[in-house]
Design a protein around this ligand. Sequence first.
Ligand code: BGP
Length: 479
Amino acid sequence: MSFPTNFLWGGAIAANQVEGAWQADGKGMSVADIAQYRPQAGKDYHQQVAVDSQTIQTAIDDPSDQNYPKRRGIDMYHQYKSDIKLLAEMGIKILRFSIAWTRLYPTGEEEKPSQAGINYYRKFLDELAKYDIEPMVTLSHYEMPLHLALKYNGWADRRVINKFERFATTCFKNFPMVKYWLTFNEIDSITRHPFTSAGIIPDRTKNLLATEYQALHHQFVASALVTKKCHELIPGSQVGCMLTKLTTYPATAKPEDVLAAFNKNTMNYFCSDVQVKGQYPKLILNYFKRQHLDIRMTKDDLAVLKAYPVDFVSFSYYMSMLVASDETGLTLTAGNTVVGGKNPYLPTTQWGWTIDSLGLETSLLELYDRYEKPLFVVENGAGMVDKVEAGKVHDSYRINYYREHFKAMAKAIDQGVEVLGYTSWSPIDCVSAATSQMSKRYGFIYVDLDDEGYGSGRRLKKDSYTWYQKVIQTNGKDL
Ligand code: BGP
């Protein structure tokens, strides 16, 4: 069991879940600033992420951050120096973070970027460089300018492609020290939460599914165009796609269930198929036809997709789930903005997400076999409840989770899968993407804030911090 010597161990965060300071230095409002904390919605992700014109207006009219935890984050905007120091001390070699589009272009339509925004990320990058931490930047992580959602219905309008290109080009020109770039976080999520993913306001569309796929097509084109730009402006840079790896097993050996699982997995692969192979899978084009989804794609679009595929494939992996041809009798459980069958052989977290380390090995093997491109695990972890006892967090459950997943990753590597690195979600507690909770904790570092935003904000090393430090020091030998 061995990890390559240059294996990039690290952590992943996103601007809207950590930075806070939603109005500082001229930052514009993003779609994330609309996300309400809705305890009454519980684990129902549909209700958690539901948005309409009315809720958006209410949020715009509300100047406080009380009900909007992503406006607060964990205040990393102001505390990045001490946070990076803590991460450096843990030994991380790479930090995946996102650049908030609205710090550079508050509405997405300005001709020139905000100098304050550029300065902030330069200082952030300088701090990483100080500790020799490699940066990996996600250009779009659920935080597009709200203005673009309101004016264009987000990515449904192809004019947003140029605006994104302008933002990305600004990033490439100003941050050439970044060699690893991801274009769209979990690009496939557009059909699960179209507003956060693409700024689509559902009540403004006639045919939501068609709008989602049209918007997705625009994101594919934008991704290919900025891949080209990145290669031109930053020699030696590598651009990756980012997929939510939703590994699905058949609920039984019944051929109908096996077929249902095949269909589900094929649909899950669709986005990375386009971004790696540079063309739409024929089965998907046929699906569009059968569903009467008229997706407008120009000849130039298709040529761009073909000409500029990604260099590597990154993905998030949290859980697996079951599917059956007939779901009667199947117990359902929550997952990463999905609901699926509960696997009787596997435990779940307090949020119902199935813990399945072997599923990571399967996912790595499947992805490598399908694409033969280097892989990067850019999100993996489990949201759990932590208790502080006498100033300590004894999170052996988190250590167990990671240990098993690292073993699974090592087994895939031993079988020849090329894995560039691993960034845990998330090395420090942050606001949950789906539920906006703080109590759903992922970090090796505890942040003393609750769901309502009360607390000292103090950072505390959990037991898992020292454990991960040792894993990195020994390059995964001592698990
Ligand atoms: C992924 C997102 C992340 C992250 C993670 C955990 O889908 O890319 O932003 O938050 O899921 O999900 P949650 O925070 O909802 O528990």
